[in-house]
Design a protein around this ligand. Structure first.
Ligand SMILES: [Zn+2]
Ligand SMILES: [Zn+2]
Length: 154
């Protein structure tokens, strides 16, 4: 094997997790530099936070809104825009069931028929117990309804 990664020293993570890899660029407060992909709570938490931060920044930019400074912690919302509050999540327990439903053949074919109407935004309205209960729309369709940060109506 060749490549730049071979030139840098890999080591056993000093936290004792047993992961062998490249040390992180920054040390934790105790001065220890855990390695990349260390599964400890601090490392996994900051990896998750980094990705979630990027997604939330993107959503705020797409919608022409703002990230909540506390991002869900105390405010209960990650992003706010145009009098809407948004919670962004990649939590498996929340996403898994919906993903299975949204990508299922039955739903895909319904959405595909709806999407055949070009130049319009599309949403499914789900009703049960005799009344409309929820609106489901693709992220891109939703974003298209808001003026973005540059102030253009889309
Ligand atoms: Zn570790
Ligand atoms: Zn760690």
């Amino acid at each position: 094997m060749t490549g730049p990664s071979n030139l840098k020293p890999k080591l056993d993570c000093p936290c004792g997790c047993g992961t062998y890899g490249m040390p992180r660029r920054k040390a934790w407060g105790d001065g220890l530099r855990h390695v990349r992909l260390c599964p400890c709570r601090r490392c996994a938490g900051s990896r998750h936070r980094g990705k979630a931060n990027r997604r939330e920044n993107r959503i705020a930019a797409d919608l022409g809104g703002n990230r909540e400074p506390l991002s869900g912690g105390l405010s209960g919302a990650d992003v706010r825009a145009h009098m809407w509050s948004f919670e962004e999540t990649s939590n498996e327990a929340v996403v898994r069931g919906f993903r299975r439903w949204w990508t299922s053949k039955t739903v895909r074919s319904k959405v595909a028929r709806l999407n055949a109407r070009h130049g319009e935004a599309h949403a499914l309205i789900l009703s049960w117990d005799g009344r409309p209960q929820a609106v489901i729309t693709a992220y891109e369709d939703f974003v298209g309804q808001f003026p973005n940060q540059t102030g253009q109506a889309s």
